[in-house]
Design a protein around this ligand. Structure first.
Ligand code: CO
Length: 220
């Protein structure tokens, strides 16, 4: 069976099953989306978030790229973030990396592949910042998985360091940013216990709406 035929058949079956289960499902979705969660994950084909966290269409606003990197100069990522926070008014942002990530591995391989080498520069920066800890892990897969965890934390902080999230916090909005990791070996998601809920989550130099003198400690 051709891939087109297979996918079309799958689609027709899925749409029918959804409608059989909930006749109003598509009517409701057609009116608009109101997701509470923005999900930033890796493009890896094994990491399809709505499946492994059991959510339905309409419940997750999603941005994915290789190695779930949050660049402040990435117009795509920043547009998704701004729309999610300001228009959709999401309450939670989850940055979810995964173990056995090819992007993380490639970042440490010193091979040249193309544009992706530049894309993964931020992951190399994370390695460089934590190299003393990472070098002590002799088992390479374990070292890469630890780097994947550190990368998720760094990217979640990058979300917090944007003017978009800080503006939401300054206006009193309840908005939390979380760092999770998905294990492709057993399908389980782990909360890395890094949750950021206010401007004090980030270092003073990244804060835009300062009110106290101690917010300005970096200038002293
Ligand atoms: Co990946």
């Amino acid at each position: 069976m051709s891939f087109r035929k297979k996918l079309m058949e799958n689609n027709r079956r899925w749409a029918k099953e959804m409608k059989d289960e909930d006749p109003e499902f598509f009517t409701r979705l057609a009116k608009g989306q109101k997701p509470e969660i923005l999900w930033i994950g890796c493009s890896d084909a094994r990491v399809s978030a709505p499946d492994f966290v059991g959510l339905q269409p309409g419940e997750l606003f999603v941005h994915r790229n290789i190695a779930n990197v949050v660049y402040h100069t990435d117009l795509n990522c920043q547009s998704v973030l701004e729309y999610a926070v300001e228009a959709l008014k999401v309450r939670y942002i989850v940055v979810c990396g995964h173990y056995n990530c090819g992007g993380i591995r490639h970042a440490l391989e010193n091979t040249e592949f193309g544009i992706i080498d530049n894309w993964l520069k931020e992951v190399k920066d994370v390695y460089q910042a934590h190299r003393d800890e990472l070098r002590l892990i002799e088992n390479m897969p374990a070292r890469l998985n630890r780097l994947a965890e550190l990368n998720v934390r760094h990217q979640a902080l990058n979300v917090c360091r944007t003017s978009i999230v800080q503006k939401a916090w300054a206006s009193g909005r309840e908005l939390s940013v979380h760092a999770w990791i998905y294990d492709v070996n057993d399908g389980l998601v782990h909360d890395l216990k890094y949750s950021f809920r206010d401007p004090y989550s980030v270092e003073p130099v990244y804060r835009y709406h300062v009110t106290e003198q101690h917010d300005l400690e970096h200038t002293q």
